[in-house]
Design a protein around this ligand. Structure first.
Ligand code: AMP
Ligand code: ZN
Length: 115
């Protein structure tokens, strides 16, 4: 994808504060963090969202979840962290390249407030 911002970051055309990189994935700090630690893990492969993933992506998605946990600990989140995957406009997704948010290090409120 030529005009996808996360593809451009993955290709090195837009700078990022890198957390981790290998052949398949890239992790980088969110430009607008919601907590002291907030970074994202993306596949280098352009996948618009989790809704576009299928069985051929199972190994990649599994690797990403395991890596999310490892990187969270390496970023100091030994006490735990939140992972968020927004999917589609109905899920509040703004950048249409699959990404896992890894968030922690502060006061993490309940994700859904019940009255
Ligand atoms: P989402 O709402 O799940 O699609 O999240 C998109 C995230 O991408 C937001 O948290 C943005 O702050 C973040 N973001 C957008 N552009 C950049 C960028 N150039 N570098 C790092 N993070 C970005
Ligand atoms: Zn992309």
């Amino acid at each position: 994808m030529t005009d996808c911002i996360f593809c451009k970051i993955a290709r090195g055309e837009i700078p990022c504060r890198k957390v981790y990189e290998d052949d398949e994935v890239l992790a980088f700090h969110d430009i607008n963090p919601v907590a002291p630690v907030h970074f994202m893990l993306i596949p280098k492969l352009h996948l618009a969202s989790l809704a576009e993933a299928d069985a051929t992506h199972a190994a990649l998605l599994g690797r990403m979840l395991l890596l999310a946990s490892r990187l969270a600990k390496e970023q100091g989140l030994e006490n735990g962290f939140r992972t968020v995957i927004n999917t589609g406009s109905g899920g509040g997704q703004e950048v249409f390249h699959l990404h896992i948010h890894i968030i922690g290090g502060g006061n993490i409120p309940p994700m859904v407030r019940r009255s």
